[in-house]
Design a protein around this ligand. Structure first.
Ligand SMILES: Cc1ncc(C[n+]2csc(CCOP(=O)(O)OP(=O)(O)O)c2C)c(N)n1
Length: 1037
């Protein structure tokens, strides 16, 4: 412990340490560490600090002195008596049991030869023997004891001075760390923003608390030198204690509460301290104040206008946090000033219409007309409520005169679900612009306090913020902290002091601010934007506000929050408060203020009149991510055809050989991997592919066409089942990797393959957002085996399956979902139009070639549609699951159904049973049919595309075998798998004239048994039924 103190001091003040070392040198095993400063010069503070340290150390060393000498000779006793028994306290603070042997040795040596010890010891023993009073023998004063009395006085004073300086340093630090706990953040003044009325004992909230530091009221006018870790002095190096406390209070305990001292980076902490502590930083010009007032006018009058015109409509108004509009505008202005060209935003319901109107600047009539219940939708789909729609707008930023694009991403009601989506879209926009540092594109996420604290996806999104393939180089989070979630009090809604504590995990600074102080809010927003620009890290602005009405405008909040709402009813609106202030100080006149209000009201009225002419709602005018040039001018696909997806054989060979090699020199791969690559090379020579190679071929060929391919998910680089190996690792050089896919062609698009954090919800949302930015990319997310995708169900339900219907937004994301039980009349373009009509495509490929084609078809389609690919684990290495190049070359395409191609087709009338199946069970059925010698009597037809259902092809199949039993066989339990989905569709095809029998496992609650034997028995059982041609005789359907 003592040694630690040495180090600590040494870091701070080397001069003091020198002196300290000199005095203490004999007591510690540092014989050659001499003070670099002559002892004679060590006076004043240095000496004092030394003393105070000595006292401190003595307090920790309990033994009271060198009594051990008492049985030594007389001369020694003389010394001892003088040293030890004159005081009730330890005589010399540094004399203790732990160093007693050493001191004793020193003393004997000195007795024999005073020059044999260090001169500080010499002086000490001399003074001791000369009868120096307790505590003064060690003073490194070379003059005599004659001066000792006067020196004692000086020493005491100086000692106190040093102590006080240290105390003041601690006090400053206490404010920096804990000042926010007493900041006046709640505009209502009834709830502590940190849910705790506790006042830290080291903040000087009353004068008696100076005692915590050993200070007194009388010290208030003493002047102290300021440490380098504070900027409260501005240009002054010293300040009186009174002024220090005043400035700390005004920085940390007024309307801004800063949480940043947990950040591990000293430079970042210094930066924040400088931004907030420097005196006079929060000054605004009159022009800035007027702009702020005008923005508040718009924010507040917009809500008033809606309330007047549609008093019984839900709009999730912003009343109580009107300052959010100027806050966002300030962030955007500042970011535009630093070079940002594109801001992507995500937000919940609260204040969304206001943001659309006053931040994005959507035409007001487009917003107002949506309140008309008779408005007809012009687009396909069910549409969505007005406070969920997205928006994209390019405009000139008035503050900077620079072009800026603003996009608000459409979202479902699921709070916070949009967060990772916004991040993914932002990453993509940065990627396509080559904006590797996020200097051109950035994101802003808005949150409600309850949702920010409660929803796990917030945490998952934060954890993406610093990962190389997912970072957006800093997001500005703005929390509308109205201190209530629907009807739930925050004290029942979170266990953390603030709703924002989740941000601490990534060392993001958190700026709490009282939303009724618009200037404080503006200042904080400016700093937040500068922070992002400087450090490319996340930052949180917590707008502590209130909700003037109920959760929505129809709700009665007094049922559940009576006291809070009594206070809210008394609350003067922020606009009035701020206007009064500016009028009082002469920044604006009452007349100017009233004119500003009248001007905006007029704008709203005129837009309202125009809105009445709008009879049709075009949801596509609310697109957050338009894809210029991809659709025709009406927003329709340019064609309804899909080019074949096969490719030239030499391309297949080239990709195969790169996939089998290491394109970098002197790169040593694992021997096991060498074997895998060798097998790949063999397959390429033999013109066949397995699952992994088919995927390689699909990705590689798309890259050649300039299509960016991105594959993300847990362990995707190697592949969970070690089949992929898209990233090679040098076995001898740490972190040296190679992605052969990026060495395919001279001119090719980039391939990104990235292992993700262990998140499904967050990462799938992110990739969906990435896919949203451009149609010219194949963005794939792979889940791990075990139905883990169900923790991302919200993204699947709310965005992937229904996104197009709600927001007419196409998205071509591909979900690779490992799956398995190891445990009529049709038009010419039926296939493609069916794909266009559906909400997503689900396939379960049984061959590598089909997997290859379906990936390529994703890009070849003239529109974009989510694609779900079930990828059976066992087919990754199944010896039968191989495809020839012949199935992949030019002219070949994805096969939605693979009909029977064996001897059963030669005489179809002989076929007694057609078994329809999908995926891997096909291989079990083939084997069993062969074993039972039923190849002429049982036909096997594979359903490769499950949705949309290939009615056309299956109809042909059914008609080919008119006299056969129709059986659906699946390995899943009856209540899972696809039986319930295919059955009514098959019956539609046969017009309910023939039954479709079920063969498979019995219903079960759990998806797989943990027992291999049970699994095999149930497999045997259903295979027996599948090939028992009498199994359904006499049965009713
Ligand atoms: C995931 C999810 N759960 C529940 C809801 C229902 N809900 C809508 S708003 C709301 C309260 C949100 O409170 P807060 O985040 O503080 O935002 P505020 O409404 O106060 O602005 C709830 C529970 C929802 N929309 N999403």
């Amino acid at each position: 412990m003592v040694i630690e103190q040495i180090c600590c001091l040494k870091c701070c003040k080397c001069l003091w340490i020198s002196c300290w070392d000199t005095v203490w040198l004999p007591f510690f095993p540092f014989p050659d560490r001499l003070c670099p400063v002559p002892h004679e010069t060590i006076i004043g503070l240095d000496l004092l600090l030394t003393m105070s340290l000595l006292r401190l150390l003595a307090a920790t060393l309990k033994h009271p002195g060198i009594q051990f000498l008492k049985n030594q000779d007389v001369a020694r006793k003389v010394f001892l008596q003088n040293r030890l028994y004159v005081s009730s306290r330890a005589t010399e603070p540094f004399l203790s049991g732990s160093n007693s042997n050493y001191v004793e040795e020193m003393y004997y040596a000195w007795l024999e030869n005073p020059k044999s010890v260090h001169k500080s010891w010499d002086l000490f023993f001399q003074n001791g023997n000369a009868g120096a009073p307790s505590g003064q023998a060690y003073l490194p004063d070379h003059s005599s004891l004659l001066q000792s009395h006067g020196l004692n006085q000086t020493a005491y004073k100086a000692e106190k001075l040093v102590e006080d300086h240290l105390a003041v340093q601690s006090l400053i630090r206490a404010y920096q760390i804990r000042g926010h706990h007493v900041a006046q953040l709640d505009p209502l003044g009834i709830l502590d923003a940190d849910l705790d009325s506790f006042v830290p004992s080291d903040l000087i909230t009353t004068i008696d608390k100076l005692g915590f530091y050993g200070l007194h009221e009388s010290d208030l006018d003493k002047v102290f030198r300021l440490p380098t870790t504070t900027f409260i002095g501005g240009n002054e190096a010293t300040l009186s204690l009174r002024e220090i406390i005043k400035r700390l209070e005004s920085t940390y305990c007024q309307h801004i509460g800063l949480e940043f001292m947990f950040i591990n980076d000293v430079e970042q902490c210094q930066w924040i301290r400088q931004k907030f502590e420097t005196p006079g930083v929060m000054k605004f010009t009159n022009e800035e104040k007027r702009t702020l007032l005008a923005r508040l006018v718009r924010s507040m009058r917009f809500e008033d206008f809606l309330a007047r015109k549609w008093s019984s409509e839900k709009r999730f108004g912003l009343e109580g946090c009107e300052v959010m509009i100027p806050a966002l505008k300030t962030i955007i202005d500042k970011s535009s000033e630093t070079g940002i060209e594109y801001v992507i935003m995500g937000m919940p319901h609260r204040g969304r219409l206001n943001v659309l109107a006053n931040v994005i600047r959507k035409e007001l009539e487009q917003i107002f007309c949506q309140f008309d219940p008779k408005l007809e939708a012009a687009d396909e789909g069910s549409g969505d409520v007005k406070y969920h729609l997205g928006m994209y707008h390019e405009r000139i930023n008035r503050a900077t005169n620079k072009k800026i694009t603003l996009s608000l991403v459409a979202n479902p009601s699921h709070l916070e679900a949009v967060d990772p989506v916004v991040q993914g879209k932002t990453k993509a926009e940065q990627f396509y612009r080559g904006d590797t540092e996020g200097k051109k594109v950035m994101s802003i996420l808005l949150h409600g306090d309850a949702a920010f604290a409660g929803q796990g996806v917030v945490y998952e999104t934060f954890h993406l913020s610093d990962l190389p393939s997912y970072t957006t180089n800093g997001t500005i989070h703005v929390v509308v902290n109205n201190q209530i979630g629907f009807t739930t009090d925050p004290r029942m809604a979170r266990s953390s002091p603030y709703p924002t504590d989740v941000a601490r995990v990534v060392n993001a600074p958190i700026f709490h601010v009282n939303a009724d102080d618009p200037e404080a809010v503006m200042y904080v927003c400016n700093v937040a934007a500068e922070w992002r620009n400087t450090f490319n890290k996340d930052v949180v602005v917590d707008l502590v506000c209130y909700r003037r009405r109920g959760h929505n405008e129809m709700d009665e909040p007094m049922f559940t929050q009576p006291l809070m709402y009594k206070q809210i009813h008394k609350q003067v609106p922020v606009l009035k408060k701020y206007a009064d202030k500016l009028i009082a100080d002469g920044t604006v006149t009452l007349q100017e203020f009233e004119e500003e209000i009248a001007k905006y009201d007029r704008i709203c009225e005129e837009a309202y009149t125009r809105s009445k002419d709008k009879k049709i709602l075009h949801i596509k005018h609310w697109l957050d991510s338009p894809w210029p040039g991809f659709f025709n001018l009406d927003g329709e696909p340019k064609s309804m055809t899909c080019t074949p997806t096969g490719i030239a054989e030499d391309m297949l060979t080239h990709i195969g050989s790169v996939a089998s090699s290491v394109p970098l020199e002197d790169f040593k791969i694992h021997t096991g991997l060498s074997r895998i690559l060798k097998v790949r090379m063999e397959m390429t020579k033999n013109r066949v592919v397995d699952w992994a190679l088919a995927e390689y071929m699909a990705f590689g060929s798309l890259l050649k066409e300039g299509i960016h391919v991105r594959l993300s998910g847990q362990d995707v680089e190697r592949g969970t089942f070690s089949h992929r190996h898209h990233v090679l690792h040098d076995q001898e050089v740490d972190k040296r990797t190679c992605v052969p896919m990026n060495h395919l062609w001279e001119q090719q698009a980039l391939y990104t393959v990235c292992n993700s954090s262990l998140s499904e919800y967050g990462v799938l949302g992110f990739e969906l957002g990435f896919a949203m930015a451009s149609p010219n990319a194949l963005v794939c997310w792979e889940a791990q085996f075990g139905d883990f995708h169900n923790t991302a169900q919200c993204i699947i339900d709310q965005f992937i399956s229904s996104g197009q219907a709600k927001w007419v937004r196409h998205n071509g994301i591909v979900l690779l979902l490992p799956h398995g039980m190891e445990g009529m009349e049709f038009s010419e373009h039926f296939e493609v139009s069916q794909l266009y009509e559906c909400n997503w495509i689900v396939v379960n490929c049984s061959t590598p070639a089909n997997y290859f084609h379906v990936l390529r078809r994703q890009i070849s389609l003239p529109f974009r549609k989510p694609l779900i690919i079930l990828t059976p684990k066992s087919l990754l290495r199944h010896p039968e699951a191989k495809s020839s190049f012949d199935e992949m070359v030019s002219g070949a395409s994805f096969r939605r159904v693979i009909p029977e191609e064996g001897i059963a087709v030669e005489v179809p009338t002989e076929v007694k049973r057609v078994i329809f199946c999908t995926g891997k069970v096909y291989y079990d059925l083939v084997k069993e049919r062969k074993n039972q010698d039923l190849e002429g009597q049982v036909a096997l037809t594979r359903l490769e595309q499950i949705s949309p259902f290939p009615f056309d092809l299956l109809k042909e199949e059914l008609e080919r075998y008119p006299g056969a039993d129709l059986v659906w066989c699946q390995e899943e339990h009856k209540n899972s798998g696809f039986y319930d989905y295919v059955k009514p569709r098959f019956r539609t095809i046969v017009n309910h004239t023939r039954p479709i029998w079920y063969v498979g496992r019995e219903p079960a609650a759990a998806s797989a048994t943990g027992n291999k034997n049970t699994h095999m028995v149930s497999l045997r059982k259903f295979l027996d039924t599948a090939f028992n041609l009498e199994a359904f005789e006499g049965k009713m359907f």
